[in-house]
Write a protein that binds this ligand. Structure first.
Ligand code: CA
Length: 222
């Protein structure tokens, strides 16, 4: 099981990250200021750190320098609203492994977390399957049986979320946060619209409506 230290002072974003990462099987610890981040990174054993640049106490760059000066080699992914190239370069030169600009979609962050942990020795499937559906994450190609299907980026991400949770009912809220990000309007009907697109392209029985709860991949025969 992988343990992730989240250093972020925005409660809504922390809640979004912890909920999403825990649902994927990660163990999370959240801290909201720079000095606590350094102390936890020193005293505990984490596999990866998500680090906000704009932290109170000591900022993310200072935290990163302290962590690297203490010879802690865990991967660090910087989360920041500052998307200036110079900030990015500073972060990477300071010893960060990757950089995600806010606002981001959960799936985008998750993919980067998985890449960093994979290079630490875990393996990950590149083709997700369910029934006659297959999604190749490397070539970004979707197929239904022998038929190749063209998906837009959002449709692809939504299908990926379904395939990573086979046999699970996903609520509109879960799909919104996974596919569109944490700052999306929860009253939006965009999830229903995109489920409609997927049904049109994949076959209308592939995604089932679970009344009052959300959507799920159809059960496979046998
Ligand atoms: Ca902040």
């Amino acid at each position: 099981m992988n343990r992730i230290l989240i250093a972020e002072d925005e409660p809504r974003l922390v809640a979004f990250l912890e909920k999403g990462l825990r649902a994927e099987g990660f163990v999370t610890t959240a801290v909201a200021d720079g000095p606590t981040a350094i102390a936890r990174a020193r005293d505990d054993d984490f596999d990866l750190m998500l680090l906000d640049l704009g932290l109170p106490g000591l900022d993310g760059q200072q935290v990163l320098r302290a962590v690297r000066a203490a010879e802690q080699r865990m991967p660090v992914i910087i989360l920041s609203a500052r998307d200036a190239v110079s900030e990015k370069v500073d972060g990477l030169e300071g010893g960060a492994d990757d950089y995600v600009t806010k606002p981001f979609r959960f799936e985008e962050l998750l993919a980067r977390v998985r890449v960093r942990l994979r290079s630490e020795g875990t393996t990950e499937q590149t083709v997700l399957r369910h029934g006659d559906l297959a999604l190749d994450l490397r070539t970004r190609r979707a197929t239904v049986g022998d038929r190749s299907v063209e998906l837009s980026a959002r449709e692809f991400t939504m299908l990926e979320v379904f395939l990573r949770h086979p046999g699970q009912v996903l609520s509109r809220e879960q799909l919104l946060s996974h596919v569109w990000g944490y700052d999306y309007d929860p009253g939006s009907n965009v999830v229903d619209v995109y489920v409609g697109y997927l049904r049109k392209k994949l076959g209308k029985d592939q995604v089932a409506t679970v009344r009052g709860m959300g959507y799920a991949l159809a059960e496979t025969a046998g």
